[in-house]
Write a protein that binds this ligand. Sequence first.
Ligand SMILES: [Mg+2]
Length: 286
Amino acid sequence: MPFAEEKKKTIYHSCNLTRHSLTLPLSPPPPPTMSNISSTPLPLDRKCSLALIAPLEAILFDIDGTLCDSDPLHYYAFREMLQEVGFNGGIPITEEFYSEHFSGKNNEYLCSTVFHDWDLQTARKFLDDKEAMFRRLAAEQLEPVKGLDKLRKWIENQGFRRAAVTNSPRASGELMISSLGLSDFFEILVIGVECTRAKPFPDPYLKALETLQVSHKHAFIFEDSVSGVKAGVAAGMPVVGLGTRNPETWLTDAGATFVIRDFEDPKLWEALEELERKAEATTVAT
Ligand SMILES: [Mg+2]
């Protein structure tokens, strides 16, 4: 476990009602589509509660950092392989450098930024090899975020639809889902780079809704990165942030409804119980 000592403590806080009170829109936002995605702010209540999406129909999950804390494995693979090719004069990259330049970024983005002065073919080959190293590590060492099994059972019992939506390459996404024992749980896997635009654009989440045939009004998202939260908010859905790696303020500033430390967090289960109560009340009333 060469990376175990590098794990950070999780960071989590509660929903900030005061800050969001300044963002109440004058009129309800239009439903999000591929063309009006940049102007779909959520109403106040939806920003601080999941209750308004009752009855819930679907839950959409990011993978890296949300289902599993995979960043230490990505960091280890990048650090070892970059040192091997003499990047940064052969000095290993720091975790801070990794967080700033690599974490949550898709490989095509990395080709045009960190590796912009590399030959494109060389950069793509390097990133493919790095993903292969990540998959070897993940197959042996990947662990689910605490409480994931409890949440999975709850979702299955309720019969909600579910999708995994990631910026990772397909092979890595499939490997992580399989390693976590979730191959039968997810109905679909949406890959960011297979969409017109990856996260932070909403396209991958809109594609998931379209494939599941579920409205954004009855779904929410779990995400751990700023890029992912922005993608989910732009797709018109509440996003529950996972404080696996990133500070709570980064996620709430990006639009997260609230932030939890893991899937055992009482804050999450209170919100889900509130959703259940609202759905029951709606059923009784109709
Ligand atoms: Mg993530």
